[in-house]
Design a binder for this molecule. Structure first.
Ligand code: NAG
Ligand code: NAG
Length: 281
């Protein structure tokens, strides 16, 4: 090990417990979103309440949830405790949630926003998405536009919309979607959808950034992570952020919360970015 590498490892360990300041990008509504947030898929109960407080303590200021995950109530409790303890102010946390489209119309979508606000113990959410394209999307989306008018949500958008689905919505939307949240990791680049979003000024969040199965053992990813004395997970997250995307790794483990957020003190080269992009399934 070179002296430089030993120094890097030391610095990584030293800063592991420091509060990380996550950079933001500006949405087309003018609001800023931290480029790294906490994914919370299906984690509930006390574990979720505790995870929110741990995450806030180390610098997470963006939390992603959904009606489907059944944890908005727990996240609301965790946030309320963090706010009451003085760890954070509501205005400093970016909350994203999503409504399930099935059986909803304009009126029921607006009602679902109010239900989410109650569970999250807040008077507004920063970003409300339609979880996937189903039902009468333009009508459901109109309910979210009503929620913007009523100041219940600051920005609205979609999730799991491919390029044609997004294009269809762009034709009818009165309030332009601010975000499309889709699955992105080095096996699933989503180039076409990302390109359309970037052309239209719609920000992109990648979920499941660490992929599934053996992605983190992929030889190119492992080689690049060794070159930076980082984990493969940190390199996969850094790749998304350097693509100009928002990323929301999910974990309830404290060491992983720390690992995932410590990706703002190293940089991948253009050639490393391309190598990761070209990783095949
Ligand atoms: C997540 O929760 C939903 C709703 O309860 C359930 O349908 C789904 O099977 C869960 N997924 C996993 C991986 O546990
Ligand atoms: C969607 O809802 C709108 C508003 O109610 C309606 O005008 C339109 O016909 C609906 N589209 C479909 C395909 O049902």
């Amino acid at each position: 090990m070179s002296v430089l590498k030993i120094a890097t490892v030391f610095i990584n360990i030293y800063f592991l417990n420091a509060v990380v300041v996550v950079p933001t990008i500006k949405l087309n509504t003018g609001y800023e979103v931290p480029v790294l947030g906490l994914g919370t898929y299906n984690d509930t109960s006390q574990v979720m309440i505790d995870t929110i407080q741990s995450a806030i303590a180390i610098g997470y200021r963006h939390i992603d949830t959904a009606e489907l995950y059944g944890n908005e109530q727990d996240i609301g409790k965790g946030l309320a405790l963090a706010i009451a303890s003085g760890a954070v102010k509501r205005a400093d946390v970016f909350i994203t949630t999503k409504i399930t489209p099935e059986k909803k119309d304009r009126k029921l979508a607006l009602e679902a926003v109010r239900v989410a606000l109650g569970k999250l113990q807040t008077t507004y959410v920063d970003l409300m998405l339609i979880h996937w394209p189903a039902g009468n999307v333009s009508d459901i989306y109109a309910g979210l536009e009503d929620a913007v008018d009523q100041k219940l949500v600051r920005s609205i958008g979609v999730s799991n919309f491919d390029a044609p689905a997004l294009q269809a919505l762009l034709k009818t939307a009165r309030v332009k979607p601010a975000m499309n949240q889709i699955e992105i990791h080095p096996n699933t680049n989503q180039d076409e959808t990302v390109a359309l979003c970037q052309k239209e000024g719609v920000a992109v969040t990648g979920y499941s950034p660490l992929g599934t199965g053996s992605l983190l053992k992929e030889p190119h990813l492992v080689a690049i992570s060794k070159a930076h004395t980082r984990s493969a997970a940190q390199v996969a997250l850094r790749w998304q952020i350097q693509r100009g995307l928002v990323t929301i790794p999910k974990t309830t483990h404290k060491d992983r919360l720390n690992e995932n957020i410590n990706v703002f003190d190293f940089k991948l080269t253009d050639s490393e970015m391309k190598t990761i992009h070209d990783i095949k399934k």
